[in-house]
Design a protein around this ligand. Structure first.
Ligand code: MSP
Length: 644
């Protein structure tokens, strides 16, 4: 049976960050794992290029939309190529074949009676490219997913009969418990469907940057809704609508997505497929978010970490290992250099790297680098059993997408190897004249390393090839079958001397967001951003209430030319006029990311002049050695709501 594995297609409104790299690494690892097992795999990734959001980003960058999409799409592709991501196809939703496939799918759904024309009036969030019913809005205005203000849009639209598929979807979830992984995520989807599905508006007339309607409908006022267009990429890539043999890869085995887009993939997507009479993917794997200071990393928030920067500093394979090991699949994880360095030093350098160095050293001294497995069973059957048990557990972890458990289990092998060396102390055995026994321990460890290298290969392909080369074998499905499945031991060979694979990292290799100077008190107002800090002086409550703190909504934001730190914001404090606030947060937030978000403002400050401009308030923010973040209401509140 073949395996078709996909990543989401990435929006081309900004370059990749480590959240995107994470999805791509997991999908790449899964593909390599299946290949190792001898499966015929097809791995798809690509870019999502239509919709209002992309059109607006291109306009902001003063570029024609297609040119802008070409540029950003290329940065994704170049990065995946640089990271040696083993994809079979990089699809772009602006590809002609994709557009044809989407039109074909639309025609099929229409002919089936699943698409009809009507009017839509609703609250639309441009950032999420989604309509929300009033009941789901926060404070009747803000998007429940991203918190930004929605706007009311009324337009003629084609609708997909999503409601028709409610029962079929619920039945599918009930009968296929692995349709959504981790299983813990399934409930939120099921509850959403049980809450009632409304038909889905699948075309737009308010913008033009999208796939055109099929000619047969003769209605060029409309373009396709970006999510219909985007989701269909998973089958248009295989030639749906343009005749291709690759369709035999459908249904997908695993489709990786972030938790924020699970609903689209676990509800809309299977409903579209049912309408097209196509089988559903086996599993939708929803991972959590990489956060920074607890906040989701995202292009629009401007708090992203560049995967290229991290990979340049620490090595892409170390990054793959770290990301897959650090966070249980499905949960969020904070990206910290400290945690990364700890794992490099203790797990990669100590547990794995040293083990290889030790047997290279010992075999050099005791047997001129010759390693033979002849006596391993005789002296180390206990260790071999423990090793085989751990190896036998791995497949279930990977198939359940639990990469952290997979790696944890794999690391048991190195613990077995290191313990065997300590317990059997080959150097003592050599002194006692028990050379056979000493060499058996060295050979045991060589076998452990060989088998572990095979199983680590999907995560760290290049590094494990170096290990395999040192141990005189090649990692492929033949060696997997022989050494892992059939549990055979290595034939005699001469080990190669290789330089240490994982040099220890003593201190962070990347500059973090600028650090506050230790022990130097922050000025209370640093370019108009209040830094929250502990105070020794106690005050009366009345003194606190002398300060008027209010929730503000940022209406506009722009950079102050020639200032490294300042952004100029126009803030709504609910009193019907715009307040101009100059805030020293440019190093931490892009102007664009602040618009339509909320802040906490000191509203009764005497106006001050900064760089010749009036500032009529101050934002609350917290700053520590990891950088600065704004203090914001946990949920959107009306502009002007008092804080206290
Ligand atoms: N274009 C849509 C997907 C369409 S798929 C038919 C989209 N694009 S995206 O670029 O915004 O996000 C792509 C993927 O990256 C999503 O799975 C999303 O969850 C993931 N991530 C975006 N930010 C992330 C983190 N901070 N951490 C982990 N993954 C994150 O959504």
């Amino acid at each position: 049976m073949s395996k078709y594995i996909t990543t989401p297609i990435y929006y081309v409104n900004g370059e990749a960050h480590i959240g995107h790299a994470y999805t791509t690494f997991i999908a790449d690892t899964m593909t390599r794992y299946e290949k190792l097992k001898g499966e015929d795999t097809y791995f798809l990734t690509g870019t999502d290029e239509h919709g209002q959001k992309i059109e607006e980003s291109a306009q902001k960058n003063a570029k024609p939309t297609q040119e802008f999409a070409d540029e950003i799409s290329k940065t994704f592709r170049d990065l995946w190529d640089e990271f040696e991501i083993d994809y079979d196809q990089f699809i772009r939703t602006t590809d002609e074949d994709h557009k044809k496939g989407v039109q074909k799918a639309f025609e099929v759904m229409y002919a089936k009676g699943d698409i009809y024309k009507d009017f839509y009036e609703g609250h639309y969030c441009v950032s999420c490219e989604t309509f929300f019913p009033e009941t789901q809005l926060i404070d009747s205005q803000f998007c429940p997913d991203c918190g930004r203000a929605t706007s009311i849009v009324k337009e003629e639209s084609y609708f997909f009969k999503l409601s028709k598929y409610e029962d079929a979807l619920l039945k599918h979830y009930a009968e296929n418990p692995d349709f959504i992984l981790p299983r813990s995520r399934a409930n939120e989807v099921i509850n959403f469907v049980k809450g009632g599905l409304r038909d889905l508006s699948v075309t737009r007339t308010s913008f033009t940057w999208g796939v055109k309607m099929p000619e047969s409908l003769n209605d060029d006022k409309h373009v396709m809704y970006v999510w219909l267009d985007a989701l269909l990429n998973y089958i248009t890539a295989l030639g749906y609508g343009t005749e291709s043999e690759k369709m035999s890869y459908w249904p997908a085995s695993t489709q990786f997505v972030g938790k924020d887009i699970l609903r689209f993939h676990a509800i809309y997507w299977p409903a579209f497929l049912m309408s097209l009479d196509l089988p559903l993917p086996k599993t939708i794997g929803a991972h959590g978010w990489w956060t920074r200071d607890g906040e989701k990393m995202s292009k629009s928030k401007g708090n992203v970490i560049s995967p290229k920067e991290v990979a340049d500093a620490y090595g892409v394979e170390n990054l793959r290992y770290f990301m897959l090991r650090e966070v249980p699949f499905g949960q969020d994880g904070d990206f910290s250099q400290r945690a990364f360095i700890d794992r490099i030093n203790s797990e990669l350098s100590n547990d794995l790297g040293n083990l290889l160095n030790r047997i290279i050293g010992m075999s050099g001294k005791y047997s001129e680098y010759l390693i033979e497995s002849t006596d391993v069973e005789k002296f180390h059957s206990k260790e071999l059993d423990a090793m085989n048990e751990a190896l036998g557990n791995l497949d279930a972890f990977m198939e359940n997408l639990q990469t952290h458990r997979y790696l944890e289990e794999l690391w048991k092998l190195f613990a077995i190897g290191n313990k065997a060396i300590e317990e059997h102390a080959p150097w003592v055995k050599m002194k006692e004249g028990k050379k056979e026994e000493a060499l058996a321990t060295v050979a045991l460890v060589a076998n452990i390393l060989a088998k572990a290298a095979i199983m680590l290969h999907p995560v760290m392909p290049k590094t494990t090839n170096i290990i395999a080369d040192a141990l005189n074998f090649t990692i492929d499905s033949a060696s997997y079958n022989e050494l892992v499945v059939a549990k055979k031991l290595l034939k005699s060979f001469t080990i190669k001397v290789v330089p240490p694979l994982f040099p220890r990292v003593e201190e962070p290799l990347m500059a973090e967001a600028p650090l506050a100077e230790p022990n130097k008190p922050e000025k209370a107002v640093s370019e108009n951003v209040e830094v929250v800090k502990e105070e020794d002086n106690l005050i009366e409550i009345g003194q606190f209430f002398e300060t008027s703190l209010k929730v503000g909504t940022v209406l506009e934001a722009e950079e102050v030319p020639k200032s490294k730190k300042l952004l100029k914001l126009q803030v709504d404090l609910g009193d019907g006029r715009k307040r101009q606030v100059l805030a020293g947060i440019k190093e931490f937030y892009s102007a664009e990311s602040l618009v339509n978000t909320q802040v906490c403002v000191v509203a009764n400050l005497k106006p001050a002049k900064l760089m010749g401009m009036i500032s009529e308030g101050m934002l609350l923010a917290a700053k520590d050695e990891d950088g600065l973040c704004l203090v914001r209401p946990e949920k959107p509140k009306k502009a002007g709501t008092p804080i206290g």
